[in-house]
Design a protein around this ligand. Sequence first.
Ligand code: HEC
Ligand code: HEC
Ligand code: HEC
Ligand code: HEC
Ligand code: HEC
Ligand code: HEC
Ligand code: HEC
Ligand code: HEC
Ligand code: HEC
Ligand code: HEC
Ligand code: HEC
Ligand code: HEC
Ligand code: HEC
Length: 428
Amino acid sequence: MSPTCAKECHQEITQRKGLHRAAQESCESCHVVTDQEKHTFSLVTKTREELCKKCHSLPHQNVAHPPVRDGKCYECHDPHGSEYPHLLVADPRRELCTRCHSQTVGQAKHVHGPVAFGACVICHKPHGSSEPKLLSVDSKTLCLSCHPEVEAKTGSHGHKALEEGCTRCHDAHASNHPYQLHELAPKLCLQCHQQKFDAMTKNAKVLHGAVTVEGGCSRCHAAHSSTLPALQRGTQPGICLDCHNKPTQTPDGTDLADMAALLKNNPNHHGPIREGACTSCHSPHAGDHFRLLIQDYTPDFYAPFKLENFQLCFTCHIPDLVLKQTGRGLTQFRSGDTNLHYLHVNQQKGRTCRACHEVHASKRPAHIREAVPFGSSGWMLEINFRADEQGGSCSPGCHTPKTYVRGDSVKPTVLKADSPVKGSDSTP
Ligand code: HEC
Ligand code: HEC
Ligand code: HEC
Ligand code: HEC
Ligand code: HEC
Ligand code: HEC
Ligand code: HEC
Ligand code: HEC
Ligand code: HEC
Ligand code: HEC
Ligand code: HEC
Ligand code: HEC
Ligand code: HEC
């Protein structure tokens, strides 16, 4: 056989866009006649698998693609010529690989951009590679070559998880979760943080719904890096109000306030909230105290006095506020020398701080509440608190209208020296 075969009968072989040099030069380098009469041919080698190796030797690599290793060059290349480059039997950026690897994408809902396109050879070498999985470079470098923004910028904290590569969390090809994640949080995160999570939550009395709900961890934490400590996705209260911008229910059915509305409608914000530190009072994940508080704070309206009942407030405020019966410089809530905090709180049936103060935000000075609940009916009685230079007054349902006058202007120290949150107060 010679190129005349192509000219005379087998034109289709030479009419392709790309021709194999070997076929242009001589048909006989691959075909030999077995029966001239019947016009039958066999290959010059015993098997198809040996044929190409006669003239081509591919560089040896650690990882060889099985069809290449087994000499099945014809699975991807046409021995004569092709419309596609490199004599390929199909478009390498579209369907060449999926002819055998249809399961790589399968029915998954979220497909990685280059994979959806079919451009497998952007990441994989078709013959062999020194990298596992025939990758053209190591997997993380590969991802970062197209997604450089994922690497932690200088000054920000990176997530150690990235050291194990991007594919610990992402499927390089496709998955049923957004961003081709293997799993959604919390499952995704607990692959590595299970132990810590168990330690935090196993015996905790209160578990924050945010950590168990699907996607919850990611509402507060960035996956790759953050300029904030503990990989917080954004500043507080923002990350909290992302969910607490509507009334929420605890598992026992208690309605929780819409904190976004509460903060918006009450312009006088408590010091730590002005500082953006919800977690100076609340554990973000789980805890042993009522409402996830980091310290005890009695849930009751009246409670026998014990300092421990108000430990939360006294992580920042000075305990003498309620411990000392008389004295100046302890509180503004005094009548002359008489400490009215002591008077109200430090008793067998003491009023809790809650009886008078809002803890997040208020309209009145000193975070005094507008009204208190009365009896079990849920009736609200207005307190009508007023403050002035000399003292203050209220006319609650609890007793007849009362006024207190300090008689001097000695100001109290509001915060302990080691308070975790400072403030420059809104006290009028
Ligand atoms: C590099 C080796 C090689 C060269 C050169 C080559 N062929 Fe082939 N050819 C093959 C292989 C391999 C097959 C498939 C045989 C098989 O499957 O058993 C084949 C098959 C064929 C067939 C069968 C039908 C088909 O298309 O599969 C024809 C006809 C053919 N070749 C003609 C030619 C002609 C004409 C030339 C010269 C212009 C030529 N070949 C040059 C390797 C070659
Ligand atoms: C008789 C020798 C010979 C045989 C047998 C042979 N080739 Fe080739 N092949 C060549 C030559 C010569 C070139 C041109 C080399 C160049 O351009 O550097 C070539 C080039 C190629 C190219 C590159 C084409 C391009 O456009 O980049 C591919 C792919 C290829 N051969 C595949 C095969 C396959 C598959 C087989 C077995 C079916 C095979 N060759 C068998 C001689 C051969
Ligand atoms: C799984 C599909 C596949 C198989 C099997 C395969 N190749 Fe390739 N080959 C490709 C692709 C795709 C290219 C295009 C170059 C690239 O993208 O790296 C290519 C390119 C080539 C080239 C030209 C460029 C280069 O890398 O030198 C030659 C020669 C070649 N192949 C020979 C072979 C031989 C010989 C075999 C069998 C031992 C073989 N190929 C098996 C997919 C395959
Ligand atoms: C003719 C069938 C066939 C074609 C076409 C094919 N492959 Fe494969 N490939 C296999 C087989 C068989 C294996 C080994 C079993 C497996 O992992 O599925 C494999 C394995 C792989 C692996 C895993 C290697 C490893 O070390 O685990 C990668 C990556 C791969 N192929 C990429 C490609 C790419 C990219 C293409 C297109 C250029 C392609 N394949 C085309 C048959 C094929
Ligand atoms: C964006 C880069 C990229 C593209 C595009 C890509 N892959 Fe991969 N592929 C990878 C990485 C990275 C791995 C290794 C995964 C791992 O280690 O978990 C891999 C692994 C594989 C494996 C080994 C089995 C597995 O799933 O781990 C096969 C087979 C494979 N790819 C085939 C393909 C095919 C077929 C295409 C095109 C449809 C393709 N890949 C496109 C990056 C890519
Ligand atoms: C060749 C360039 C390229 C490489 C390499 C690459 N990607 Fe992509 N990636 C893209 C493109 C293009 C998109 C789709 C465009 C988009 O949605 O932003 C995308 C989208 C993504 C998305 C979804 C983004 C979104 O907003 O929905 C993730 C996650 C992703 N890639 C992760 C990876 C990982 C992990 C690797 C390494 C295994 C990787 N990429 C390698 C080009 C690349
Ligand atoms: C610890 C798990 C984890 C690791 C490791 C990880 N990611 Fe992500 N990635 C995520 C999650 C979760 C998202 C979804 C968005 C979010 O929560 O911030 C995401 C989103 C993305 C996105 C789309 C949106 C965005 O933030 O840009 C890209 C692209 C991306 N990842 C690429 C990468 C690359 C590249 C690497 C490796 C350098 C990597 N990821 C490593 C978990 C991870
Ligand atoms: C592949 C393992 C792995 C996965 C998956 C993973 N992490 Fe991590 N993460 C680590 C390692 C390692 C550290 C550093 C040691 C430590 O603090 O436990 C870390 C630290 C952290 C830290 C503390 C960072 C700091 O600076 O204090 C947070 C927060 C975190 N991860 C959140 C997440 C979230 C949220 C997810 C799920 C989206 C997740 N992690 C998934 C391995 C992982
Ligand atoms: C992903 C949504 C989400 C985010 C983000 C979120 N929470 Fe929550 N939170 C909830 C849900 C749902 C509940 C009620 C159900 C429960 O706790 O199981 C709740 C309950 C609470 C409770 C009452 C707990 C109880 O059971 O008594 C407090 C206090 C709280 N959140 C504070 C915060 C703080 C502080 C932040 C920010 C650091 C925050 N939340 C961020 C969803 C969220
Ligand atoms: C409501 C917001 C929120 C949610 C939801 C949340 N975290 Fe956190 N996480 C934080 C904050 C804020 C910190 C900083 C430490 C602190 O203030 O107590 C933190 C700290 C961490 C730390 C590092 C500190 C430590 O305790 O070692 C890890 C690890 C962590 N979180 C993992 C997770 C994982 C995993 C999930 C999901 C199961 C999750 N977080 C859900 C807000 C959250
Ligand atoms: C100074 C400590 C402190 C700070 C700071 C703080 N909280 Fe609270 N939070 C409390 C206390 C105490 C309660 C219980 C109130 C009660 O029942 O009287 C509470 C209750 C809650 C509740 C349940 C509300 C309800 O209706 O029972 C949510 C939700 C909440 N806080 C979210 C937040 C968010 C979001 C932030 C940041 C904007 C924040 N907290 C900052 C102390 C604080
Ligand atoms: C009977 C009502 C009432 C109760 C109960 C109460 N307070 Fe007050 N508190 C006030 C009033 C009124 C002021 C404002 C006094 C002023 O500015 O004239 C005040 C002021 C404060 C101040 C600002 C500094 C100061 O002392 O002037 C702090 C801090 C404070 N209270 C903490 C607490 C704590 C902690 C509790 C619970 C242990 C508590 N209060 C219980 C009425 C109360
Ligand atoms: C994490 C620290 C912290 C905790 C816990 C805390 N506070 Fe405060 N509190 C502050 C800061 C900061 C200010 C503002 C002081 C300033 O600006 O001088 C403040 C101010 C106040 C004021 C005075 C506001 C004014 O305008 O005079 C009252 C009342 C108050 N806190 C009550 C409470 C009560 C009740 C609790 C317990 C439920 C509590 N605080 C827990 C940090 C805290």
